[in-house]
Ligand binder design. Structure first.
Ligand code: PLP
Length: 408
């Protein structure tokens, strides 16, 4: 009798999980590269390939510590790095101690662990739309239901606290805040952060503050740490070395837990269990934290007028806004713009197919708005990491592509 072996199938847990920024578009870009084309990658916030290097002291310290970094560390993270993170928040007026800090393999790993430790099947997590899509994907993977609150494009992409509160139910467990925001570039004013903290206070929600871009703000925008306005709300602040210190490949991040810890004893036991199960974060990359946070904070040179990040963001904004039918909010922070294409001029049915067509024709890789759980198909995310010259060329090509699209 002939025996047909059954196919190996993925878990049904993955049925609803998406991470499109590294999906079919990225595969098509890789295929074109293998075929010999040069692709301008405006799709991922990865500073190093664009010539942004880590402060030298960070590299030197990590190299010097390599011999001592051969073994596993404590699951929570090495003490010197946790102390450095605690000092970093103390300098912002927060009462952080090394016991309040956990280290992870990038913020990504910590997002997954913090949600997995929290969510019971069917629990709801309030997440912005558009979002950094790991928040939605990790919530679903943990058995939860993402409930999106909509950030307002006509009001600097800020969220509306009233709308957020209208979406709270008795299943809501936490409120996610991404500030400065990926993908919109928004930096939220203090009143909005206070209002979000207040919603958490009144409905007993955990506040999950993804602040990985906190040092990348432009034109005097004021970055307010959520933990600073919510000392009576259980707040988990996420940050790390990937963006400000330009070492995304090291996979080094942290969480700082603040607020009424005594009400989170059981939760933190669960979180510690997950931390223990993965042994520890990459130890050489933990050593980089102390040098990064204790050393010369060289990001200033990049974000002030004349600095690369500032000038690139301004140039990309000006050039995109100059294309007929494109509207785009200036970025107050982070590394992205989220332009909208007028549906009258550019009716887009499938924004992923649109981005793939742009890639094939112009060899420019963008991400489509729906990859960020945005509701319509008229938005694109543009990474502003390439040099001004490369942005000029790339956005010129995007303009040509759109002109052709209009006329067909
Ligand atoms: N949070 C946001 C808002 C991000 O944009 C990113 C990366 O782009 C991450 C978290 C993940 O960062 P990490 O490299 O620390 O995993």
């Amino acid at each position: 009798m002939q025996h047909f072996a059954e196919e190996f199938r993925q878990s049904p847990k993955l049925a609803e999980v998406r991470y499109d920024v590294r999906g079919p578009i990225a595969q098509e870009a890789a295929r074109l590269e293998r075929a010999g084309h040069y692709i301008t990658r405006l799709n991922i916030g990865n500073p190093a390939p664009f010539g942004f290097e880590a402060p030298e002291a960070v590299l030197r310290h990590m190299i010097a510590e390599l011999p001592t970094a051969q073994g596993y560390s404590d699951s929570q993270g090495i003490y010197s790095a946790r102390l450095a993170v605690a000092h970093y928040y103390q300098a912002r007026g927060l009462a952080a101690t090394p016991e309040d800090v956990w280290l992870g393999n990038g913020v990504s790993e910590l997002i997954s662990m913090v949600l997995t430790a929290l969510i019971a099947p069917g629990d709801e997590i309030l997440i912005p739309a558009p979002d950094y899509p790991l928040w939605t994907g990790a919530t679903k993977l943990a058995g939860g239901t993402p409930v999106h609150y909509v950030c307002d494009e006509d009001n600097h992409w800020w969220p509306d606290p009233e709308e957020i509160e209208s979406k709270v139910t008795d299943r809501t467990k936490a409120l996610v805040l991404i500030n400065p925001n990926n993908p919109t570039g928004a930096v939220y004013p203090r009143e909005i952060i206070e209002a979000m903290a207040d919603i958490c206070r009144r409905h007993n929600l955990m506040l999950l503050a993804d602040e990985i871009y906190e040092n990348i703000v432009f034109d005097g925008a004021q970055m307010v740490n959520a933990a600073a306005v919510a000392d009576d709300v259980l707040t988990v602040t996420f940050s790390g070395l990937s963006k400000t210190w330009r070492v995304a490949g090291f996979r080094s991040g942290w969480i700082y837990v603040s607020g009424p810890r005594h009400r989170a004893k059981n939760y933190l036991e669960g979180l510690n269990l997950l931390m223990n199960m993965r042994m520890c974060a990459n130890v050489p990359a933990q050593h980089a934290i102390q040098a990064a946070l204790g050393g010369f904070q060289s990001i200033e040179e990049l974000i002030l007028p004349g600095g690369r990040l500032y000038e690139q963001s301004q140039t990309a904004h000006r050039l995109l806004a100059g294309i007929e039918g494109v509207t785009v909010e200036k970025a107050a922070g982070a590394l992205y713009l989220f332009p909208r294409l007028d549906p009258e001029l550019y009716p887009i049915e499938d924004d992923e197919a649109f981005v793939i067509e742009l890639l094939r024709q112009k060899k420019i890789l963008l991400s489509h708005g729906r990859a960020f759980n945005w509701e319509d198909t008229q938005h694109l995310r543009v990474v502003t990491l390439p040099s001004v010259e490369d942005l000029e060329t790339a956005i010129g090509h995007i303009g040509d592509f759109l002109a052709d699209y209009r006329s067909t």
